[in-house]
Design a protein around this ligand. Sequence first.
Ligand code: AHR
Length: 325
Amino acid sequence: MKISSVYRTSIALLAFTTACVFTQLQALAADTGQKKLVVGFSQVGAESGWRTANTESIKSEAQKRGIDLRFSDAQQKQENQIKAIRSFIAQGVDVIAFSPVVETGFEPVLQEAKKAGIPVVLSDRAVKVSDPSLYVTFLGSDFVEEGRRAANALAKLTGGKANIAELVGTVGSAPAIDRKKGFEEVLAKYPDMKIIMSQSGDFTRAKGKEVMEAFLKAPNAKEINALFAHNDDMALGAIQAMEEAGIKPGQDIKIVSIDGVRGAFEAMKDGKLNVTVECNPLLGPQLFDLVEKVANKEEVPKRVVSQEGVYDEAQAAAELPKRQY
Ligand code: AHR
């Protein structure tokens, strides 16, 4: 063989090998692309400042990790949430995560997810199911403890003598049930503290205002000297109702609420709200740590509780610039 033909053959061989390697690399890249973790997340809605911060934390963390997040807003309706979960099952996502609007009624759809082999992670709120294997893990606050903290704060503010108006969260939701439970547990130790009015404000500012207006029109309205709101948004609505009725919030009526959103710190700084019990919405990083482990079939604890504090008016000005939500 002539030198020139050896040379030509070598060049052709080199080109062929390079092309093969390139194709293989392309295939590998495409393969890695396909392996992107697909997570279906069904959110409660956008009912409060807390929820907005929670959604933002989940979306930004998914984006940071390169997770394909299929996000669905249930607009505070359980039927929308069930539809969303069914659609995630049909799409064959790797993991389903959701924050249940209410505690009960999810068993059948969770059985469908189990049958399809899709693991479920609960975020923020729990469900009541007879078969605990229907979800892998639950990440969220200890709502009962938050209720206890709110009652202890109110006892301190009122010297253990209080006629309390209560703004309850969404009926049937885990935070509404558990916060009430924890609050009443502590109240049982104070014979002069009682709930004289209680109604749901559905965790929204508008409903909180509306229900407080009704409370203030009740025949025994003058007896109210304390308000326990299951979240800050309802407390902020109630503050508006009190001011419109010529009542000084935070003074004439002592107010304790839950969440720790920026608006609550502003109200505390202005002396209109007395205490907020923190409920951390920034669950994104912890949630996706769990989701990734679950997808990799690693062991995770059945329950993961988020760390939270209690803040009063004296701390409000210093804390406000540090608040992330
Ligand atoms: O589940 C958490 C609760 O839901 C928050 O306290 C409330 O603000 C939200 O709507």
